[in-house]
Design a protein around this ligand. Structure first.
Ligand code: F6R
Length: 605
């Protein structure tokens, strides 16, 4: 959600800045801009995709600059509201990620002082207050410190000055990474955007400021006290993902699921013992014996994975488990039991709501384990322990392969937990056997995905679509609905199949599409009741079922998936829902990889 990139060195800054922004486009893409110091501060910004802004970027000669890609919070999507923002004398430029809570007060104060405001954003106040401090004779660092003392909220902030050959950065709640190259420095809100230039990375912590020139940087607390910063260990090379022969990243990532799940489970399954080993989730037997419950938190797709994890943990480990919407978690002053196990699920590792819930749990004395994709991300670092799900880079805004790997990692964990308690070796072995076969089953389904086109025809004509599932398929229904809604812009509702008759049934009319996830899982007969109730009212049933299952007789459009054990069906039943969403978005001529109003990484609460 908003991305920052900065460069100080000897090469052409504007080219590197644009390249950096393109890497950060997943964080927001409604407008973007760059400012470069070339004697004066030269800035350019525009609305629309980064490539559009870059194509009209004037020639900029300097070798020091900062840049931003925006996801609007305060103020609409306009050129004025795009970053960078410059002080009226043109001597201070800023780019900012985060939200200032007291910006209204600070803006009013500026207006009273006769300062002309050029945008509707909260961020703009930074450049004006800093410029005023400089006018009062303060040095840049002190000016920034004084302004930060006035503000309340979150920031990843970079400041460029016309009269000084350094950049100042500050972090509070919004990530900023510094990369040291050879006689050059990089700044980014995402470590992986700098990785092609250097692996010497340092993450600023909340409450820190950094001062950078091309040769060196210093990190200090807000009060100016210098602190030692440690190099960030990214463990694995994230690399850059190319589209290859695929038209969109989403389709590519859907097809990568077989391989990425293999990556997640390989080396972690112990078939002979019917268990799994997740190095980062080793819990002492004594703690395990006293474990009162497990809580899983996440947002969006990660929440749906958490809901599946909850069921797996209860089923296999027989420990009470509950999943929580991360954005609601702190709202009701939750009671935290320090003996309980807490898991934070996140692809990006930057979701502000999840990060804030992690901090609340830690503040109340409990540990949180991260189940995260992006190595070295804020949630991974804040938790300090946990597992990586190893999906590799996920570039489409709509999450697909991260979902399967979150569920895969949670299944491994539930198995490990279960085997260390009462789950029998025989049952454990049947689970490991099935898990090992899943990558092949995913591949085989994707090679022959069934009647996706017929399903797409039904959903793209509909005013809204209802998704139903029962038990472990209920979160899959939610995930399918989220995916279709976010990229095809079709209103979707997901309900546990049994709840359908308590309200959503009112939506059903002739030819209304209902997507039903109905694997042969022991609760299918009751899902069948819901199907009949929908059909009796004229609904068209898009049925996702296991191959060879006679339930297919009740479907109007039937999509068959390979069979597996009931608890692992989400890893297969989610696939057709992803394809339906993808092809529906395509049929409606939407931007599949960059759906409107969304961002891949939601770094504001
Ligand atoms: C949906 C989607 C979002 C994310 C959510 C959490 O396709 O991508 O709902 O799942 O914003 O993001 P992470 O997993 O990065 O915490």
């Amino acid at each position: 959600m908003c991305g920052i990139f900065g460069y100080i060195g000897h090469r052409n800054a504007s080219k590197l800045l644009v390249k950096g922004l393109l890497r950060l486009e997943y964080r927001g893409y409604d407008s973007s801009g760059v400012v470069v110091k070339n004697g004066q501060l030269q800035s350019y910004k525009d609305i629309g995709k980064i490539s559009e802004m870059a194509s009209s970027l004037p020639r900029m000669k300097g070798s020091m600059g900062i840049a931003h890609t925006r996801w609007a919070t305060h103020g609409g999507v306009t050129q004025d509201n795009a970053h960078p923002h410059l002080s009226n004398d043109g001597k201070v430029a800023i780019v900012h990620n985060g939200i200032l809570q007291n910006s209204d007060t600070l803006r009013k104060r500026l207006v009273k002082l006769g300062v002309k405001l050029n945008s509707e954003t909260d961020s703009e106040i930074f450049c004006h207050y800093i410029a005023m401090e400089l006018d009062r004779g303060k040095e840049p660092l002190e000016a920034l410190q004084n302004v930060l003392a006035l503000t309340r909220g979150t920031w990843g902030l970079c400041v460029l000055f016309e009269d000084y050959d350094f950049v100042l950065c500050a972090r509070n709640g919004s990530p900023l990474i510094i990369g040291r190259g050879k006689d050059e420095m990089f700044i980014s809100s995402d470590p992986h955007a700098i990785r092609e230039h250097t692996d010497q990375l340092v993450a600023l912590e909340d409450g820190q400021i950094a001062k950078l020139n091309s040769l060196d940087f210093q990190v200090m607390q807000t009060d100016g006290k210098e602190v030692k910063s440690n190099l960030l260990d990214l463990e694995e090379d994230w690399g850059e993902s190319e589209l290859g022969d695929y038209p969109h990243f989403m389709l590519k990532e859907i097809h990568e699921q077989s391989q990425s799940l293999q990556h997640c489970i390989s080396g972690r399954l112990r078939h002979a013992e019917g268990t799994s080993v997740l190095g980062g989730l080793q819990i002492r037997p004594q703690e395990l014996a006293q474990l009162p419950h497990v809580r899983l938190i996440g947002c969006g797709t990660a929440l749906h994975a958490a809901q599946i994890g909850q069921i797996l943990i209860e089923q296999w480990a027989r420990i009470p488990a509950v999943s929580h919407v991360a954005s609601e978690f702190n709202a009701n002053d939750p009671v935290i039991n320090p003996k309980a196990l807490h898991l934070a699920i996140s692809q990006s590792g930057e979701t502000a709501d999840t990060l804030s819930a992690v901090k609340e749990i830690q503040r109340k004395g409990a540990d949180v384990y991260g189940v995260v994709n992006v190595v070295g991300s804020s949630i991974a670092r804040q938790c300090g322990k946990g597992v990586y799900i190893h999906s590799g880079p996920e570039q489409s805004v709509a999450s697909t392969k991260a979902f399967t790997n979150m569920v895969g990692a949670l299944a491994l964990f539930a198995l490990q937990l279960g085997r260390s308690r009462h789950l029998s070796k025989t049952k454990g072995k049947s689970i490991t056997r099935e898990m090992r076969m899943l990558p092949d089953k995913i591949r085989s389904y994707l090679e022959n995905p069934g009647s996706i086109d017929e399903a797409v025809e039904l959903v793209t004509k509909a005013k809204s679509v209802l998704f139903l599932g029962r038990g472990i398929s209920s979160p899959v229904a939610s995930e399918g609905a989220l995916k279709l809604m976010e990229i095809a812009y079709i209103p979707c509702l997901a309900y546990p199949a049994g709840e359908m008759k308590h309200g959503p049934i009112a939506l059903i009319e002739q030819d209304y599409p209902v997507v039903v996830i109905a694997p042969n899982d022991g609760v299918q007969d009751r899902t069948l009741n819901a199907i009949h109730e929908c059909k009796a009212r004229g609904a068209k049933i898009i049925l996702i079922h296991e191959e060879g299952d006679p339930i297919s007789e009740v479907g109007d459009v039937c999509i068959s998936i390979p069979s597996t054990i009931p608890m692992l069906t989400p890893l297969l039943s989610v696939l057709p829902t992803q394809l339906i969403a993808y092809h529906a978005a395509l049929a409606l001529e939407n931007d599949v990889d960059r759906p409107r109003n969304l961002a891949k990484s939601v770094t504001v609460e």
